[in-house]
Design a protein around this ligand. Structure first.
Ligand code: ZN
Length: 278
């Protein structure tokens, strides 16, 4: 069985999952030729398919329970290949009840990260995590709360706007301390406000990568920007800076879309930075 818990200093980390989705490599990374995947074939399904875990991380820090990202949800809108809707059950299997969660931190406002923010009860949106405040990157809220975007994206209307209406939304701008050990770390490019979560406790460090890095191959190839990146040039810069920071700090990387549980470190291999799963 894969180990889905670890400690970073005094912070307990639990990897949980809402399910998985898949994309063709050329569909998701249109700029990367098929032969460039040769060294990474072992990480692909049938050699050409990206299997993305829909991973969230629970961080327990200074008595607070923080859920980073909220999955795709039970009945996602849009066309997704895969299966989702297991997050609450998986939290339960790991001893975390919805009412235990004090903060939900959303790395960005794409559908596969916000799907369990609210649940419907008699047609009314109620927070899935009743005791939580929901932390949202300000630049993403500024973009996606525009009227044209609101009309375009059902997941914003259904899973994000209700948080603002219920007064449960906190906006993150820059580095925001969530506890004394956990803070937001701006990592723009995938979306304008995309935010990682930095952990620093004792001498140990970790970074929840969100969608700044989707796949372990991008540790070696930080210039590979996927189709959904809002600003592919900026996301490549952000990715390169994160790889450097992971390597220099000996930090644990926590990749939500990496093969479960998504824990690893960046180390030099054949003169290049490479991902080493833990
Ligand atoms: Zn994602």
């Amino acid at each position: 069985m894969t180990r889905n818990r670890l400690n970073i200093g005094n912070v307990e980390v639990i990897a949980v999952s809402d399910g998985s989705i898949e994309f063709g490599t050329s569909e998701f990374f249109p700029g990367v030729p098929d032969e460039a995947w040769a060294p990474y074939r072992g990480l692909l399904g049938d050699g050409h398919t990206l299997l993305f875990n829909l991973g969230s991380f629970v961080l327990v820090s200074e008595g607070k329970t923080i859920l980073v990202d909220a999955g795709l949800g039970e009945s996602p809108s849009g066309s997704w290949t895969g299966s989702s809707g297991d997050l609450i059950a998986d939290l339960g299997r790991n001893g975390v009840r919805p009412e235990d969660v004090d903060m939900v931190v959303l790395t960005h406002l794409h559908p596969d990260h916000v799907g369990w923010n609210v649940t419907r009860s008699d047609g009314q949106a109620v927070p899935t995590f009743p005791g939580a405040r929901y932390w949202v990157p300000k630049a993403d809220w500024d973009l996606f709360s525009r009227r044209d975007r609101m009309r375009q994206f059902a997941h914003i209307r259904e899973q994000v706007r209700p948080l603002a209406e219920m007064g449960l939304m906190e906006l993150m701008d820059g580095e925001t301390a969530l506890t004394g050990e956990v803070s937001s770390l701006p990592a723009p490019g995938h979306t304008p406000g995309h935010t990682c979560v930095a952990i620093s406790s004792g001498r140990e460090k970790g970074i929840v990568l969100g969608d700044a890095i989707h796949h372990p191959a991008q540790i070696e190839e930080p210039g590979w920007s996927p189709r959904p990146d809002h600003d592919p040039r900026l996301s490549a810069e952000t990715r390169a800076a994160l790889v450097k920071r992971l390597e220099a700090g000996g930090s644990v990387g926590l990749g939500g879309h990496f093969p479960s549980p998504g824990f690893g470190r960046v180390a030099r291999q054949r003169g290049q930075s490479a991902w080493q799963p833990l």
